[in-house]
Each structure stands twice: as structure tokens, then as C-alpha cells.
Design a protein around this ligand. Structure first.
Ligand code: NOJ
Length: 768
């Protein structure tokens, strides 16, 4: 494998000309292709050696990161002058090499650039979106996917992925819920650590890997009203017990960088928030990596009404702990830090500390020794059939079966001679991969229709009709930067005709697979909604196709729970496929055919309608739950589908829940075991989920909290004992009463089962 940091001949011919460098710079070049990843001490010394050589302008230059969408030649001058430390959005290996040559050969100290990019759920091979990945309840799938994403991205010269996105989100109106692991801190933490391992490998600088960047630090997912970029108000209790936990897990897993979030959290912008960036991140968690701002977030401190001008914005961001400014153009840091230093508002030591962290990352990544990329090798890496196989397996593991009345699924081979595939996203490659993809191989993407035709086409005739068109009311800024192929909008007459065509196709078919949901630009950044209804006329299409009376399978492509309450009562089979990625159509076809049995589980409680939001399972209860009318008199207060829910073509029973002790002292551990049996007739996966509830304490505690899970595979009638431990890590929480982490004497309920409403119960006590 040829990547940054490995030993191929081609690489040797493209090494930095260390011999021509000044002595101290040569220290930074010392990492040769034969050396292992340098140790902390060595990295520190090399960074020191460089810092001693750098002018103030060069030091400030390292703290600037610029977008390059087009015209890369425009930044060359700045790169040659050492005014830029990093570039983002360059993905052509030839351009990356060209710009890197400028940095390495023309800048005074030959400091390489670090190239960043949004590698969120794949680079060329696109995997299911992160929310879907969480639905696998299998962190190893996330590790594999991000390993491949890192391999493909690093093959073109990208060193740094702006992922994983770790924002807990409990409001599906927020468009970016699709980028994270859903509502739960425990599941979110497992997915966080798994992704860091995938991106970075064993250690920062591992061949074929990239630097990970946990984002958006922190609290972005709680934006008021689910409106993107809006302020969040989160108590310290919620921050520590919920929103910060996945970030801490990523730090523990060795994440090398962090991105500060855009919005205010409790009235202090995250990008100017010293409590978050210094007190928590560095002092408490001992994070050693560097912090980059989100795009133009330093400049935005003025928009927030937090800084009076860009100079103050630069000062407040640096003082808070933002090392690098990501910006569309030279703005706050580049133009103001020099004067801020002269007027004593920041110190040289602060600037150097930020430089040191950035330089250390560049050294660890091996950029000084191997700044260039093998362009020919990149081409090979971007066409790897094995990667597509992993993408298909991932998509198969992430789908969630929500309903299967009368065992309509799996579809019996040959039973349906004519299958209609209907829906606006059913044959759309773009809407199969979802948002945050820029370098994907679109023609290679398998749409739902295409996958179904391949799988069922031998025994049945398949036909497709879109039925309706869907589009955003207000355009996304992404559409402007990365224009989608414009689809001619149907005139009203044509729209009516298309709708009828779809209905008559359904009438003349034996079965309809309705593929409904959201277009890819309806989820993601700047893609929040005020409703969870199907966009456009899809609900009407759903109701009219179902009314025909032939069997209907509803496949959902979406980045958030939608209002499927009607469907949950009238449509026999519902499969949540999310945005399943490059191999989505093949994966869904395999699932519908029963070649693969669905085993995914919801990483978010599924609301009945928008008015129930937020409806996370892990809430406090301050009045007895008996009288439903105490909550809403016009709607149930339980979600449509609970957190952790998902059906299978098999059935499972949980039994024999045992705890090793009835009573422990704080600091000790209770071992929990239970038997899981496949009572169905096919081999299938089940996710054993462990929930606890602390019955009393210095503060009220949530009714349930996930504290363990394991996805297991069982042959028909096979039984397995699952095992979990409950110790200090699981029983400790941040108490607003004591303002500290506590493990308190109390009774604890334990439930083990297939979702957050599991009923198999036991209890134990923690005593002083
Ligand atoms: C803004 C987004 O909030 C962030 O997630 C992304 O990494 C940066 N832009 C860079 O594209």
C-alpha cells in the first residue's frame, strides 16, 4: 500500500530535499521512510527546532487555513510566503502536489501544508450516513468504513478528515442529525471511538490513515428550534452527562484535532468559549491535539455580538483556545494577531503554543518526510471493488426493519411477477448516497430501482415511476457551490399525469416497493426543517398506492425520522434504509429478498409527529406516568418506535437475567448476564441492550440509560449468554447538586432486552 509515511520507491523519489534545508529545519525532516512514528519527546524537539527559526509572520501564517474551491494558483503566493498552514477542499492529487511543492520548496522554512477535507461517510466509496452507521449498533462497521475512507482520502493527498461529527441530537428538525450517532451518549461514545480508530489507525501517522477531527465542539446539536446555527442552552449537567461524552470518548481514543462549533452555548460562542476549549478540553481531559475553528467561525464572533470587530474576534478565539482559523479568506488571525501581540492582548507564548500543536501534528503525520502523494497510485486506490463490498455490508447492517405485518418480507422468490418501484428517490443515485459527499463516483452508485432490478429481475418484471417530484423551498448554499444537475420541474399538468402513471403502474403490478423520503440536500448542513412530513406529495402517493390494495413495501431514504404514523398503521412492511451509500440499492435488494436479515436498531426515538420533539427515551419523570392525559391530551406521549427498536425476520427471547451481586460498594462492579435465544427459523442478528435507572440520588435521574450493548449473530434455535459489567464508569454521573462526578449509594434497576422498552428486569444496590 502506498501512502504518506510508507517506504515505496516512488515515494523516495519524491522526498523533501532535506539536504538543502538549514540545520534546524533538517531536524524536522528527520523522519525517514524507514523510521517508525516518532515518540512524543522527539516530536516536541522537532517542533521546537522549527519554532526557533520562525518569524512572527510565519508563526501567524501556520494558524491560518484557507478554502480552495477553484483557482488554486491564487493561494500560491501566500503559501510561498509561509502565510498559510493548511488548505481545505483541494482533492485533486496533482493540485495537492503542486501546492505542496510551493510550500516545501518555495517557503523559507519548507514547512509542508496539511490538507483537510470533509470525509464524513466515505471519500470515493460512500458508506451509509453516520446516523445509519449508529443504527448498526456495531462500532466495528464504523471503524472499517472510516479506515477505507481514510485510505481513499489519503491516497489523493488528504491528511486530515473533518470527522467524526459527535453532536448528540434529539431534535430531528435539525438537518445535521444525519451526521451524528443520534440521541444517546453511550452509543454516541462507542461510535466516536470507533471512528477515530478508523481514521487514525493505531496512532497518528499510521500509513494510509489521516488525522481525525472531532466536531463540533460542543453543543451544536441542541440548536434552538432545530434551526441550524442557532444558539443552544444546555445546563452543565446535560453538557457533561450527554453532549460532551462522545467528545471525551474521542479524546480517550486519541483524536488528534477538534473543531470548535459555530453557535453560542449558554450565550458564549463555542469558538470563543474558554471554559469548553481550555478548562474542559485541555485541563480536564488533557487533550494534546490542536483546535481549528469551524469555517469563518472566528469572524462570526462579531456577528454573534460577542466581539466588537475582527481584531477582538481574533483575540477572543485565540485566548479561548482556537489554534487555527478556518476561513474563506484571510480574516481574523492573519490580519490582526500581529497588532494584538503588540498591544499585549495576546502573548507570543500563546501563538507559539498553537503553532507547536499544529507543527506536532504535521510531524506525527510524517508530512515533513513524505509531503507528496503518488498520483498514479491514487487512481488505483479510488477504484477498489473490495471497498464497495464493505460499503454493501455496511448498508445491510444499518437498515432497520420497522414493520412487517403478515411476514410480507422477505419477498418470496417468484411470487411477484410484476414489481412496481415507485417514488421520487427510488432511482436517484444522489439521493442514495446522502449529503456530505463531493468526490463520490456517482455513476457507480446503485439506486434502489437498479439494485432491485438486478436482484429480482430474473423472476419478475420491474418497472419504475417517480410519481412525484420533491425539492427544497429555499435553496442550499451547497447547491450554489456544488451545483446538482438541474432536473426540469414538472408543470402542474405533467405532475398530475406523472402521479396517475405511478398509480396505474401500481395497479397493474403484483407488488409495489415505494421508495419515499428526502432528497440528499434536505438533510445535512443548512438543511433543517420545521416539519417531519414527507416533502411534496409523497404522503398522498403513499396513501393512494396503498389504497389500491396490492402489497406495498415502504423503503425510506432519509436523514431523520419522518412522520410515518399513517404508514405504521396501513403499510404492511417498512424498511428504514437511511441514505445507504454507493451500494445502497444492492443492500436493500438483498434485505428485501431475505439474503440478509435486517438487524439494525434505531439510534433515536421515532416521534409520531413534530409536536412530540424532543422525545428521547432517557428523560426524567417528575410525575407518575400512569395517566397519559397528564402529558398531551391530544397525542400519546410515547414515541412511535422506541430508541433501540428494530425487527428481524427471526424472533428472539431474552431470559435468565442474573446479577453477580445484589449489593456492592461504590467502586466495585456487578456482572450482568442473560440468555438470548433465536426462536425464529433463520440465522439473524440481535442487539442485546442493557439499561439502568438509579432510583434515588443527589439529583433526579433519567428513567433509563443505555450502559451496554452487543450485536450478536444466532443460528435458528441457538442461545447465547451475553455479558456486561456495571462499574464506576457506568454508575457515575455529573450531579448538579454537588457540581462533581458522583457514584452514589442507591438502588439501581437493570433491564436487558431488544430495545429501550425492554422488560426483563433485576436490581442491585450500591452501598456506602
Ligand atoms: C462547516 C461545517 O460546519 C463543518 O462541519 C465542516 O467541516 C466545515 N464547514 C468545512 O467544510
Amino acid at each position: 500500500m502506498f501512502t504518506k509515511g510508507n517506504t515505496s520507491l516512488t515515494r523516495k523519489t519524491k522526498l523533501l530535499p532535506c539536504a538543502s534545508s538549514v540545520l534546524l529545519v533538517a531536524a524536522a525532516c528527520a523522519q525517514t521512510e524507514s523510521s517508525a512514528i516518532p515518540g512524543d519527546q522527539e516530536v516536541h524537539e522537532r517542533a521546537d527546532a522549527l519554532l526557533k527559526q520562525m518569524t512572527l509572520d510565519e508563526k501567524i501564517g501556520q494558524l491560518s487555513q484557507l478554502f480552495v474551491f477553484k483557482e488554486p494558483e491564487k493561494v500560491e503566493d501566500a503559501v510561498a510566503k509561509g502565510q498559510v498552514g493548511s488548505l481545505l477542499f483541494v482533492t485533486d492529487p496533482a493540485v495537492i502536489n503542486r501546492l505542496q511543492h510551493v510550500a516545501v520548496e518555495r517557503s523559507r522554512l519548507h514547512i509542508p501544508l496539511i490538507f483537510g477535507f470533509d470525509v464524513i461517510h466515505g471519500f470515493r466509496t460512500i458508506f451509509p450516513v453516520p446516523l445509519a452507521m449508529a443504527a448498526s449498533w456495531d462500532p466495528s462497521v464504523a471503524t472499517k468504513a472510516q479506515t477505507i475512507a481514510a485510505e481513499e482520502a489519503s491516497s489523493v493527498g488528504i491528511d486530515w478528515a473533518f470527522a467524526p461529527m459527535l453532536d448528540i441530537a434529539r431534535d430531528p428538525r435539525w438537518g445535521r442529525i444525519v451526521e451524528g450517532a443520534g440521541e444517546d451518549p453511550y452509543l454516541g461514545s462507542a461510535m466516536a471511538a470507533a471512528q477515530v480508530r478508523g481514521f487514525q489507525g493505531e496512532a497518528i501517522g499510521s500509513p494510509g490513515h489521516v488525522l481525525a477531527c472531532m466536531k463540533h465542539f460542543a453543543g451544536y446539536g441542541a440548536a434552538e428550534g432545530g434551526r441550524d446555527y442557532d444558539a443552544s442552552y444546555i445546563s452543565e449537567t446535560q453538557l457533561r452527562n450527554i453532549y460532551l461524552r462522545p467528545f471525551h470518548a474521542a479524546v480517550e481514543a486519541g483524536v488528534g484535532s477538534a473543531m470548535s462549533a459555530y453557535m453560542d452555548v449558554n450565550d458564549v460562542p463555542a469558538t470563543g468559549n474558554r471554559w469548553l476549549l481550555q478548562d474542559v478540553l485541555r485541563d480536564e481531559w488533557k487533550f494534546k491535539g490542536f483546535v481549528v475553528s469551524d469555517a469563518d467561525a472566528v469572524k462570526s464572533l462579531k456577528t454573534h455580538g460577542y466581539a466588537k470587530d475582527l481584531s477582538e474576534a481574533a483575540v477572543r478565539a485565540l485566548n479561548a483556545g482556537v489554534d487555527m482559523e478556518m476561513a474563506l479568506d484571510f480574516t481574523a488571525y492573519a490580519r490582526n494577531l500581529n497588532a494584538a501581540l503588540n498591544s499585549g492582548k495576546v502573548t507570543l507564548q500563546q501563538i507559539e503554543e498553537s503553532d507547536r500543536r499544529i507543527l506536532e501534528a504535521k510531524i506525527r503525520l510524517g508530512l515533513f518526510a513524505h509531503p507528496y502523494v503518488d498520483e498514479a497510485r491514487a487512481k488505483e486506490m479510488l477504484n477498489t471493488p473490495e471497498h464497495r463490498t464493505v460499503a454493501r455490508l455496511a448498508a445491510e447492517r444499518t437498515a432497520v426493519l420497522l414493520r412487517n405485518e403478515g411476514n410480507l418480507l422477505p419477498l418470496k422468490n417468484g411470487e411477484y411477477k410484476k414489481i412496481a418501484v415507485i417514488g421520487p428517490v427510488a432511482d436517484s443515485q444522489m439521493d442514495t448516497i446522502g449529503s456530505w459527499t463531493f468526490q463520490e463516483n456517482l455513476p457507480e452508485t446503485v439506486s434502489m430501482f437498479s439494485g432491485l432490478r438486478t436482484r429480482f429481475g430474473g423472476a419478475a418484471q420491474l418497472n419504475y415511476e417517480p410519481g412525484v417530484q420533491i425539492s427544497r423551498k429555499f435553496p442550499s448554499f451547497f447547491d450554489e457551490w456544488f451545483p446538482l444537475k438541474p432536473e426540469p420541474v414538472w408543470a402542474p399538468e405533467q405532475a398530475r399525469a406523472q402521479f396517475k402513471k405511478a398509480l396505474s403502474l401500481a395497479k397493474s403490478s403484483d407488488l409495489t416497493v415505494l421508495v419515499l423520503g428526502e432528497a440528499q440536500n434536505m438533510s445535512g448542513e443548512a438543511a433543517s426543517r420545521n416539519s417531519l412530513e414527507f416533502p411534496g406529495q409523497q404522503q398522498q402517493l403513499l396513501e393512494e398506492v396503498t389504497a389500491i390494495g396490492k402489497p406495498v413495501v415502504l423503503v425510506l431514504l432519509n436523514g431523520r425520522p419522518l412522520n410515518i404514523t399513517w404508514a405504521s398503521q396501513h403499510v404492511p412492511a417498512i424498511l428504514e434504509a437511511w441514505y445507504p451509500g454507493t451500494q445502497g440499492g444492492n443492500a436493500v435488494a438483498n434485505l428485501l429478498a431475505g439474503d440478509v436479515v435486517p438487524g439494525g436498531k434505531l439510534p433515536i426515538s421515532w416521534p409520531r409527529n413534530v409536536g412530540q420533539i424532543p422525545i428521547n427515551y432517557s428523560h426524567n419523570t417528575t410525575q407518575s406516568p400512569e395517566n397519559q392525559g397528564k402529558r398531551y391530551w391530544d397525542e400519546e406521549s410515547a414515541p412511535l418506535y422506541p430508541f433501540g427498536f428494530g425487527l428481524s425476520y427471526a424472533t428472539f427471547t431474552f431470559s435468565d437475567l442474573k446479577l453477580s451481586q445484589e449489593r456492592i460498594k461504590a467502586g466495585q462492579t456487578v456482572e450482568v448476564t442473560a440468555d438470548v435465544e433465536n426462536t425464529g427459523s433463520v440465522a439473524a442478528d440481535e442487539v442485546a441492550q442493557l439499561y439502568i435507572h438509579q432510583q434515588s440520588g443527589s439529583t433526579s435521574r433519567p428513567v433509563r440509560e443505555l450502559k451496554g450493548f452487543e450485536r450478536i449473530r444466532l443460528a435458528p434455535h441457538a442461545k447465547k449468554t451475553v455479558h456486561f459489567s456495571l462499574g464506576t464508569d457506568e454508575l457515575t454521573y455529573w450531579s448538579s447538586a454537588t457540581k462533581s462526578w458522583v457514584e452514589e449509594p442507591a438502588m439501581f434497576d437493570v433491564w436487558l432486552g431488544a430495545n429501550s422498552q425492554a422488560s426483563l428486569h433485576s436490581a442491585f444496590e450500591v452501598v456506602e
